[in-house]
Design a protein around this ligand. Structure first.
Ligand code: FES
Ligand code: FES
Length: 157
């Protein structure tokens, strides 16, 4: 079946089988390998993308349900996004496998709340697991992004 949606600002039309998850379609049809498969059951957050601005686990979202949606992957942030820079500055990763999903979830959090309290950061990011155990540095990165780029975030990042 054909499915049409926007990915990183571009309209695309892709082939998807009725039972296929968005994760597989993004990787196979569009080569977006930053969208990562790990648990496959919506627990780890490695496959997170933003769907209409909300962090969503694509391993449990049927591709057909993405019809007409606006999808953002880490490729769409371009590499110099303030949250990406904060993750680099805070050294908030080791292997980097979880990092795309972490950054996209953090971006969504900071758009919702530009100055989140510690508890809110931990709760909001709780659906993204890091097997390298970088949680404290990830929290530092979110705080760094919030403190250093509050103005641009408030204006829309
Ligand atoms: S691979 Fe999707 S949540 Fe783990
Ligand atoms: S940095 Fe390795 S899984 Fe998070």
């Amino acid at each position: 079946m054909k499915v049409r949606f926007n990915v990183n600002g571009e309209a695309v039309e892709v082939e998807a089988r009725a039972h296929e998850m968005l994760l597989d379609v993004l990787r196979r049809e569009l080569g977006l390998t930053s969208v990562r498969y790990t648990c496959g059951v919506g627990v780890c957050g490695a496959c997170t993308v933003l769907v209409d601005g909300e962090p969503i686990s694509t391993c449990i979202l049927l591709a057909l349900l993405a019809q007409g949606k606006e999808i953002t992957t880490i490729e769409g942030l371009g590499g110099e996004h303030p949250v990406q820079r904060a993750f680099v500055e805070a050294e908030a990763f080791q292997c980097g496998y979880c990092t795309p999903g972490m950054i996209l979830t953090a971006k969504s959090l900071l758009e919702e709340d530009p100055e989140p309290a510690e508890e809110k950061i931990r709760n909001y990011m709780g659906g993204n697991l890091c097997r390298c155990g970088c949680y404290l540095k990830i929290e530092d990165a979110v705080n760094l992004a919030a403190s250093k780029v509050a103005a641009p975030i408030k204006g829309g990042i």
